[in-house]
Design a protein around this ligand. Structure first.
Ligand SMILES: Nc1nc2c(ncn2[C@@H]2O[C@H](COP(=O)(O)OP(=O)(O)OP(=O)(O)O)[C@@H](O)[C@H]2O)c(=O)[nH]1
Ligand SMILES: [Mg+2]
Length: 319
């Protein structure tokens, strides 16, 4: 590489000023508004798990989007909610602390005629943010076009937004406008990550999150919230037709009665979670997977700080 190529690769022009932008952006909002779905759409592939159940995201998930304009490092965060246990407190702390660590916050809301009490609390916190805040009104596919302006005006009366974008993560509407709005808020500078890198999640973390997603999507009501997944072993082996990854994982639940439901009649539910997980993990790894799932009970683990930490839920830890 000659000097010009090195400078170009680092995003710095010969004049000394960078030509491309680079910075951090975080999604903030109450649970279930579509933060993770939106982030996956912005980066163009599914990294963060999503589900119709609130409190799906538990950790800060870092993903990376690189284009000719520069690099956006996204932080997906857990939904801000009224915590009912220690895990919930960790999750809310994880989300709130992200606000102080970024160049721009994307406040994700659903279109509504009035501001909810959680949104009011989030706005109070965002008013103290030192960085610009973009309002992303998501799920606009659910309302008539004429109602979008009403949904926006409810929020513009409450605080100042650097930019406002009405989007639909589901229908891919205005995703490019949101990307442009984010770049507008970032400083010039060299990229933080290689342009091929999409996330800093390890394959073990991705596999465990996929299993949790399938459990969340298949189980009903209160059980999914009390579930965690631990990867016990993760090993590649060479076989005749290529690599096979052997994964042993344990689904942790809170009650004996929940264990029975996770396993299901004749093991049907666990089999379904396992089959769906295996397919997604195979897609992610690009090779065959042999997945074995177990279920264990850890009573009231969501109020046990040492179990919470051992599962990797720690607001001070980058995930
Ligand atoms: N109709 C519609 N549904 C959407 C849209 N975006 C997301 N959803 C759905 O909303 C639900 C929640 O999506 P998530 O991305 O998991 O929401 P989240 O804000 O990350 O939720 P937490 O991680 O629990 O905080 C899922 O069922 C998504 O499919 C959208 O634009 N339109
Ligand atoms: Mg999420």
């Amino acid at each position: 590489m000659d000097l010009d190529e090195m400078l170009a690769a680092s995003g710095i022009s010969q004049g000394g000023g960078a030509k491309t932008k680079a910075g951090f952006a975080t999604f903030i909002g109450r649970p279930n508004v579509g933060k993770s779905t939106l982030m996956n759409k912005l980066i163009g592939q599914k990294v963060a798990i999503t589900s119709g159940k609130p409190q799906t995201t538990r950790n800060r998930i870092r993903t990376i989007y690189t284009s000719e304009k520069g690099q956006i490092v996204f932080l997906d965060t857990p939904g801000i909610h009224k915590a009912k246990n220690k895990l919930g407190e960790y999750m809310v702390e994880t989300a709130i602390s992200a606000i102080g660590d970024v160049d721009v916050v994307i406040f994700v809301v659903e279109p509504s005629k009035a501001i909810g009490s959680l949104e009011e609390k989030i706005i109070e916190r965002l008013k103290m943010a030192k960085c610009p805040v973009i309002l992303a009104v998501n799920k606009t596919d659910r309302i008539k076009k004429a109602e979008v302006a009403d949904a926006i005006s409810v929020y513009t009366k409450a605080m100042h937004f650097e930019q406002i974008v009405a989007v639909s993560a589901k229908c891919n509407t205005n995703i490019d406008s949101l990307t442009d709005a984010i770049y507008d808020c970032l400083p010039y500078g060299p990229a933080f990550y290689d342009e091929e890198q999409v996330t800093d999640q390890t394959v073990r973390q991705i596999a465990s999150e996929i299993i949790r997603e399938k459990a969340l999507r298949n189980l009903s009501e209160e059980i999914p919230h009390g579930i965690a997944v631990v990867i016990d072993s993760f090993k590649d082996r060479k076989a005749k037709n290529g690599t096979i990854t052997d994964i042993d994982a344990t689904i942790i639940c809170e009650k004996n009665s929940h264990k029975g439901i996770v396993i299901g009649k004749g093991g049907e539910m666990l089999k379904k979670i396992g089959t769906e997980s295996r397919k997604d993990i195979e897609d992610q790894l690009g090779n065959k997977v042999n997945l074995k799932l177990w279920v264990k009970v850890r009573k009231e683990w969501r109020d046990n700080p040492s179990i919470i930490k051992s599962l990797g839920y720690d607001p001070k830890k980058e995930n």
